[in-house]
Design a protein around this ligand. Structure first.
Ligand code: ASP
Ligand code: MG
Length: 411
């Protein structure tokens, strides 16, 4: 009998009624003959509230204690979900991450899963129960509670689907699938019937807030098909899979906008071996996440300009760190530009098509959007633009690649 892992996000279990709705969905799958595992997030904005509370008590809370605190959110949801299922006359049992042997490494607040004890889950399923597992959490070998990073319940769900044989993973959320771009900005955005793991990974890291990136990596590695769908309706959502139909023909699958970016520019950097490594080692030591790095050679290769983008919230600290090292390393000047955005086009078909970049640049030019930096990878082309141009940029790109047309896997 096949197993369905159903994951319900915070908004889908935000109150008693929603918990009952989710419970009914699980029961329906059970009655249809599946074995059902549910993964739940903390109710509504619980995790945000707990983080805010911690900040009030201690602006720099110990990470171990953060995990101790945050894991309580999911523990509330699993117990209530089990009660809701029992209230409808069906059998259920809830487990924390530790109770199903979800072992992680010990990097608190961003732990990685090492193993899961599927036997415990099989035993309860064999007993006819719906098994409910707390998302986002695990334990170390030593028994300390850990969490998997914000949004980590997705990863719990996909990881469970990976270890449970013959299973599929359904992610229930407050949107009805993955769209060609953000429908709040581009009303012509279309829901995709399917998308491949690599494209989804890029969309997620480029600002589409649909799923936790780590969960897609897991899906890709263990070949878990993931169905992203609405918790409110029965309509089919988007399947995330390894191979989509006509994959090569779809040049651009989605367009993304990442706002709140800043760029730190180091000008007049002495150009000799080891300098970049020195600069970025210092930045990493301050846990500043660097997005793109741009280097130009100037002054007959004696000097370079090195710029990098980072989130705006990290910009001040990044600038301070750079000012300090400017003195030590003989860097002439440090400049910060705060109001930037990144627009990107994503599609595996780019690997085999030419002229994609020029189409993108032409569309932006026509819309009078100035491109400040360009970065490319095999399946992505990104441009850094002024933040005020960001929304207009994705509108024109969406049109320029005909993503508003119902074809190529779009519904
Ligand atoms: N409750 C956690 C969070 O809000 C995990 C999750 O929702 O996936 O980040
Ligand atoms: Mg959540």
């Amino acid at each position: 009998m096949s197993i369905i892992v159903q994951k319900f996000g915070g908004s889908s279990v935000a109150d008693a009624e929603k918990i009952h709705r989710a419970a009914r969905r699980a029961i329906k799958a059970k009655i249809e003959g599946h074995r059902v595992v549910i993964v739940v997030s903390a109710m509504g904005k619980t995790t945000d509230k707990l983080i805010a509370l911690a900040q009030e008590v201690n602006p720099n809370p110990p990470k171990r204690e953060m995990d101790m605190l945050l894991t309580t959110g999911e523990q509330v949801s699993i117990s209530l979900m089990a009660m809701a299922i029992e209230a409808s006359g069906h059998q259920a049992i809830s487990f924390t991450g530790g109770q199903i042997g979800l072992i992680t490494d010990s990097s608190h607040t961003k732990a990685r899963i090492r193993s899961i004890d599927a036997d415990r889950i099989y035993r309860e399923l064999d007993d006819g129960k719906i098994v409910i597992v707390a998302g986002f959490q695990g334990v170390t070998e030593e028994g300390a509670l850990t969490t998997l990073g914000r949004g980590g319940s997705d990863t719990t769900a996909v990881a469970l689907a990976a270890v449970l044989k013959d299973s599929v993973c359904e992610i229930y959320t407050d949107v009805d699938g993955v769209y060609s771009t953000d429908p709040r900005i581009v009303p012509q955005a279309r829901k995709m019937k399917e998308i491949n793991y690599d494209e989804m990974l890029e969309l997620a890291s480029l600002g589409a807030k649909v799923m936790h990136s780590r969960s897609i990596e897991f899906g890709k590695k263990y070949h878990v098909p993931i169905h992203v769908r609405s918790s409110l309706t029965d309509t089919e959502g988007t399947m995330i899979v390894a191979e989509t139909k006509g994959m090569e023909d779809i040049v651009v699958r989605g367009v993304t906008l990442k706002k709140d970016l800043a760029r730190v520019l180091l000008m007049g950097v002495p150009n000799h071996p080891g300098i970049a490594s020195n600069i970025f080692a210092r930045i990493a030591r301050h846990s500043i996440v660097v997005d793109d790095i741009i280097q130009n050679i100037v002054e007959k290769a004696k000097e370079a300009n090195i710029g990098f983008t980072t989130s705006r919230s990290d910009a001040k600290e990044a600038a301070t760190v750079c000012e300090e090292m400017a003195k030590d390393l003989g860097i002439r000047q440090v400049e910060v530009e705060e109001r930037l955005a990144k627009v990107s086009i994503v599609g595996v078909g780019m690997k085999t098509h030419t002229g994609v970049a020029s189409r993108m640049f032409a569309a932006l030019a026509e819309a009078q959007v100035n491109i400040q930096n360009i970065t490319t990878s095999e399946i992505v082309i990104s441009c850094i633009v002024d933040e005020k141009d960001g929304e207009r940029a994705i509108q024109v790109l969406h049109g320029a690649f005909s993503l508003d047309q119902p074809e190529n896997g779009r519904a």
